[in-house]
Design a protein around this ligand. Structure first.
Ligand code: 5AD
Ligand code: SF4
Length: 473
């Protein structure tokens, strides 16, 4: 296995030098025009991307931009892309295509594309050739270069569509970058970057580089400051959080145990865990913890051992079920969620049947289901593919099976009182508020503005597969 680095934060002085230059350029504009230049950040994909976008927005603000809610108001647009499935890439490209019109109205508009898609050679070429108004790309491991790259495109009035360096892919991180958090009570904290697992269907290790962990003291400081600032739920992020600190004297369970000692009324959660590395030690720390949310996202991907092997997952169903059994032994009320891919190359009807059986055996509270999408450059893309109609049919059957299980699992919550972190008015009905339980289940209830960002007690009177309804007590 590749050596894992505990990252040494790189010198901030170079970044700050470019921050100062862009800032001066923006201040000059404000003095002449009487208004500030705007920046709009659009995010696709996972929580890691959301966390990265908060850093991009933080750096843009530091450079004197005003963060805007629409692309039309912006002088700088940053599109943070996802490459996990074909659909995500197509969606980002289609939106970038629409920016052509905004650029036609504002020839000084700078458009930066960042995120996983920019690590794909053919996509960068496509951006270069078919989207001439895209000014620059910025890889996920190069966020700290944002001010420098921006300054270069401003000064030299040229396009910079380039691949990331090996150095950035393996060693560095935007430690110390300002973060403009979207929420005042839920926060993401990245603890490690990259992935070494190379599951045969997955593009992530090619896009986000090798596993690198942040220093323990930097994470502890960040989480402590967030709790002190009133954040109520803090989610530790990593493609494979259980690999945190591998090869050092602090593993992920140690980190979680240390964070749990931070006093306050707050919840700690984390994602994502790989079943091959989800340790009993971590489960014990959770069971004995004070602030650790009793929820575990443990992607199973398939319920069949041959498919798991072809996926290069390094566990079998016996191991998976053993981990789940231990979690429930230590924490009977734990909420367990998972990811499943249907239609992996070569998956037979019988093998898919094993996945359905596994759902019945485990009984997940929630499931994120995906139709396999071939990713160019991964081993599975070269294997014999399952026809689209078969994939679609399996997907529907998977959802039907899971919906029945989730509905049954939520039923006993009727009449109980749960602690909910309130998110505010629900979409479409301002009288109904929504929030999430410790396990991450969505709850609707009659609320008031003062509840937003606070824990409230809700007595549940109705449940369905995807949501709970109740009244604040
Ligand atoms: N096709 C479909 N789903 C995928 N995932 C990862 N790669 C692919 C792919 N090529 C799913 C996995 C992973 C989740 C984040 O996305 O289930 O756990
Ligand atoms: Fe992709 Fe597997 Fe790494 Fe998760 S663990 S990011 S599925 S390669």
């Amino acid at each position: 296995m590749a050596e894992q680095h505990i990252l040494t934060p790189i010198s901030l002085s170079e970044r700050l030098e470019y921050v100062a230059r862009v800032k001066e350029w923006n201040e000059q504009y404000t003095a002449e025009q009487g208004k500030r230049r705007g920046c709009f950040v659009l995010t696709f994909g996972c929580q890691q991307n959301e966390a990265d976008s908060e850093k991009i927005a933080g750096m843009a603000e530091q450079m004197g931009y005003e963060i805007k809610a629409t692309p039309e108001e912006a002088d700088l647009i940053m599109v943070n892309t996802c490459a996990i499935r074909e659909h995500a890439e197509k969606k980002a490209l289609s939106i970038i295509g629409q920016y052509k019109h905004i650029r036609a109205r504002n020839p000084n508009l700078i458009i930066g594309v960042c995120g996983c898609m920019t690590a794909r050679d053919h996509r960068r070429n496509e951006l270069k050739m078919k989207y001439p108004y895209v000014t620059f790309t910025l890889g996920t491991a190069s966020l700290h270069h944002f001010p420098k790259v921006l300054w270069e495109v401003i000064r030299q009035k040229r396009r910079l569509i380039t691949a990331e360096s090996e150095e950035d892919f393996t060693k560095t991180v935007a430690e110390g970058a300002p973060v403009r958090r979207e929420s005042g009570y839920r926060a993401w904290v990245s603890v490690m970057y990259g992935c070494n697992n190379f599951c045969s269907y997955c593009i992530v290790p090619y896009c986000r580089g090798r596993e690198r962990s942040r220093r323990r003291e930097d994470i502890v400081r960040e989480v402590r400051e967030l709790v002190e600032a009133g954040y109520k739920e803090i989610t530790l992020l990593g493609q494979n959080v259980n690999s945190y600190g591998k090869g050092t004297d602090c593993d992920f369970a140690d980190l979680v145990a240390e964070l749990d000692t931070i006093e306050g009324d707050w919840l700690l959660s984390f994602m994502t865990s790989h079943p091959k590395d989800a340790s009993r030690k971590l489960i014990d720390v959770m069971a004995e913890g004070k602030h650790i949310a009793r929820r575990f996202h443990l992607p199973m991907q398939s319920g069949n051992d041959r498919v798991l092997k072809a996926m290069n997952r390094h566990y079998d169903m016996a191991k998976y079920l053993d981990t789940v059994a231990y979690m429930r032994e230590r924490m009977p009320d734990i909420v367990i969620t998972s990811d499943i891919i249907v239609g992996f190359p070569g998956e037979t009807e019988e093998e898919f049947g094993d996945t359905l059986k596994a759902l019945e055996a485990v009984r997940f509270d929630m499931l994120y289901s995906f139709i396999y999408s071939p990713r160019k450059g991964t081993p599975a893309a070269e294997m014999e593919q399952v026809p689209d109609v078969t994939k679609g049919n399996r997907f529907d059957r998977l959802l039907a099976t899971q919906n029945a299980i989730a509905a049954e699992k939520n039923l006993p919550m009727q009449g109980t009182t749960v602690r909910v972190l309130c998110d505010g008015e629900s979409k479409g009905n301002p009288d109904v508020y929504s929030g999430r339980t410790e396990g991450g289940k969505i709850v609707f209830f009659g609320g008031t503005p003062d509840m937003v960002g606070q824990f409230v007690s809700v007595r549940i009177d109705r449940t369905e597969a995807f949501a709970l309804w109740g009244k604040v007590e």
